[in-house]
Design a protein around this ligand. Structure first.
Ligand code: PLP
Length: 409
């Protein structure tokens, strides 16, 4: 008979041999203490949170969630179709549509689920659709495209010439969709959104932009890179998350009324799952509203990112220098990257997660640093010096190469 336990143990041994066994760091965050947290009874400074602006602890967000729990209770009570549609989720969808200047919005349990189910569904409801997908797209989009079973063409990362060559290969009347991200979170670079929109227009393609690492962060109202560039109207679908800069949980798309209605009617990951809770929706609304009206957090974050880059330069630590708020430091070896992360945590009370394959390709293992408005200059200096101290031990060198992730399809 098949030895299931031995099989699981063997699988894990292989992952451990490749130095990519995931150890989860059990953190206790405490309201008012961002970006610090407690790990094994010690206070640590967190340098890899996706709660980019600390909105997960913002008083307006907490107040909205607490009030909503008292008024509406804990859960949502069902799927959207069967008793789970509530006033707060409807209000949230209207808020998101307004944020991205679209007719309508649709909320999902997470950004991952949203990408996966929307792309899989569009492929099923649009006959002969072809997906044009950036080679560095997130796993959730790759999964969605894969499950759609439609034809797909992968263009080299941010390579407009390659994208155009691929678009040219199909008749103008064939339905097409270009799928890409606004900010590539592991490499910190931005998509050429304007040029992609121009190509889409020329070849009759729809566009799907994942603004997960940009919503709340860019644009005068936090509508992302498309907001900052004034291109919201040009894009067919703007997708985002409530879990990163907005500090809550959930994913969404915004688009035309008929497109949203079609996805609402056919997407299994929307239909067959419980809707997000009223408290979550209320928290997200408060967070979006706050960041629509306040640019202080965004400006302070970009200042901190600049100060961090200056400190890394001072210590001659190489990093990928892109205009976004993310700062990747390439180590290029899974074991050394892990050792560096452990050294920072245990010796300097600095928590930054080592990023290994399959999140990034082998040989480009890295620390992905996410500063926040609340990181101080003192914390920045301490962080840069700690990395330099490790590098001075001669255990690891850091690499300047930018990465090109393996295509996971
Ligand atoms: N899209 C991108 C580009 C991401 O990096 C992530 C997650 O990190 C997601 C989508 C998934 O979003 P969520 O965390 O809301 O599931």
């Amino acid at each position: 008979m098949f030895d299931y336990e031995k099989h699981f143990a063997d699988v894990i041994t292989k992952v451990k041999d490749e130095n990519r066994y995931r150890k989860f760091i059990n953190l206790s965050r405490k309201v008012g203490n961002f970006p610090k947290a407690t790990y094994q009874d010690q206070e640590v400074t967190v340098w890899c949170s996706n709660d980019y602006l600390g909105m997960g602890q913002h008083p307006a967000v907490l107040k909205a969630m607490e009030e909503a729990i008292r008024i509406y209770g804990a859960g949502s009570g069902g799927t959207r179709n069967i008793s789970g549609t509530h006033a707060k989720i409807i209000e949230l969808e209207a808020e998101l549509a307004d944020l991205h200047e679209k007719d309508a919005g649709l909320v999902f349990g997470s950004g991952y689920l949203c990408n996966q189910t929307v792309l899989a569904t569009l492929g099923k409801i649009i006959p002969e659709l072809v997906y044009f997908s950036d080679s560095l797209n997130h796993a959730s989009m790759i999964e969605g495209i894969k499950h759609s079973r439609v034809e797909r063409a992968i263009f080299e990362h941010n390579d407009l010439e390659h994208l155009e060559q691929l678009l040219q290969a199909y008749p103008l009347e064939r339905p097409k969709m270009i799928v890409f991200e606004a900010v590539y979170s592991m490499d910190a670079d931005l998509a050429p959104v304007k040029e992609i929109c121009a190509l889409a227009k020329k070849y009759g393609a729809m566009t799907y932009i994942d603004e997960v690492h940009a919503v709340g962060m860019y644009g005068s109202r936090g509508g992302g890179i498309s907001d900052e560039l004034g291109l919201s109207a040009e894009l067919t679908i703007i997708q985002g998350t409530l879990a990163k800069a907005y500090g809550c949980l959930g994913g969404y798309i915004t688009g035309s009324t008929s497109l949203i209605d079609a996805v609402r009617s056919f997407a299994p990951g929307f239909i067959f799952t419980t809707s997000i809770t009223p408290a979550l929706a209320a928290g997200a609304i408060a967070s979006i509203k706050h960041l629509k009206n306040s640019s202080t957090e965004r400006e302070q974050l970009l200042l901190r990112a600049k100060q961090l880059k200056t400190a890394l330069d001072k210590y001659e630590i190489k990093f990928i220098n892109e205009p976004s708020h993310i700062v990747p430091i390439i180590i290029g070896d899974a074991k050394l990257c892990q050792q560096l992360a452990e050294y920072l945590l245990l010796e300097h009370q600095i928590y930054v997660q080592a990023i290994n394959y399959p999140t990034v390709p082998r040989g480009t293992e890295r620390l992905r640093i996410t500063p926040s408005p609340e990181h101080t200059e003192e914390m920045i200096e301490k962080f840069a010096l700690a990395i330099k101290t490790f590098l001075n031990l001669g255990l690891a060198t850091n690499k300047s190469a930018t990465s090109s992730r393996e295509q996971l399809i």
